[in-house]
Design a binder for this molecule. Sequence first.
Ligand code: NCD
Length: 364
Amino acid sequence: MIRHLISAADLSRDDALLILDTAGELAQMADRPIRKLPTLRGRTVVNLFYEDSTRTRISFEAAAKRLSADVINFSAKGSSVAKGESLKDTALTLEAMGADAVVIRHQASGAPHRLTGWVRGSVVNAGDGTHEHPTQALLDAFTMRRRLGRLDGLRVAIVGDVLHSRVARSNVLLLHTLGADVTLVAPPTLLPVAVSAWPCEVSYDLSTVLPKTDVVMMLRVQAERMNAAYFPTVREYSRRYGLDAARMALLPDHAIVMHPGPMNRGVEIAAEVADSGRSTIVEQVANGVSVRMAVLYLLLGGADPAGAELGGAELGGAELGGAELGGADPGTAEVLAGRAGGGRASPGQLRVGWLSGEASEAAR
Ligand code: NCD
């Protein structure tokens, strides 16, 4: 497994599938009474957010906390960044605090890549400028696979403001790796110049693409990044590239509608579509936590997935609660790795061993 996650292109097919499979196992935990694993206990995850975010920041925070990591939330507003501190100086401060992972969102494309040269921990790109947002692509792929059962050969249309969308780029790269066929649908003004080099098709006509589509992913019109007029009026954009109920009816019966959020209801997506049974928008948010848990776990812990099992009762709290999480702790990692004496380690704990920080340290 790689050390940083900067681009969806960093992931081989095997890496991507390992993340999705691990997320699938972790997702089972969401239904259990105790939703916490001791896996990253003693590790520090810093959320470094230079740009506004609701779901991504909360999602990474929830993911790190469910793995028992210590979480430090840093937002540029209210920090020394407002006094002009550079990214490098902020990074060195984090380094001094011993961050094991830094999750960064930044308005500048390339900022997460720069950070990898300044910190020892793993860097996870949570969205950089108009470049990439790899964990969003992973959670989207996870959602598609859950709903439709496969990714290979799946026909995915990504519609709208591709030019400003890091979500679109990461999705095209990841879906291509995973064998899906992607078509970008947008007005020519909202497509990047080099799009012909991307591993996907391009269309300007949404209505002809929809009947041949398994997944339609609507993108937000990113007005805050637009420094020119990219289309005549919002109404015209909406009429040609928006998804309303009439257009949704062109989709095959099994097809799903996705959106990374935040949505402009009434612009790229009609409210009745966003709230329909075909929409996976809320599911995407829930899946995001499991996928980010898998990413943090695999980057920080490393894994020996061969023979390891995540499912079953051992994720449930029953074995994980009690003495090994409590006060007189012989060392959670040891207990979990099944090395503690006194017959404490149940078979369940043995299997959770590969999730423990210590056990996986060796696998790095
Ligand atoms: C996206 C983002 O921030 O890149 N949203 C998200 O992460 N959920 C897409 C967007 O802002 O439109």
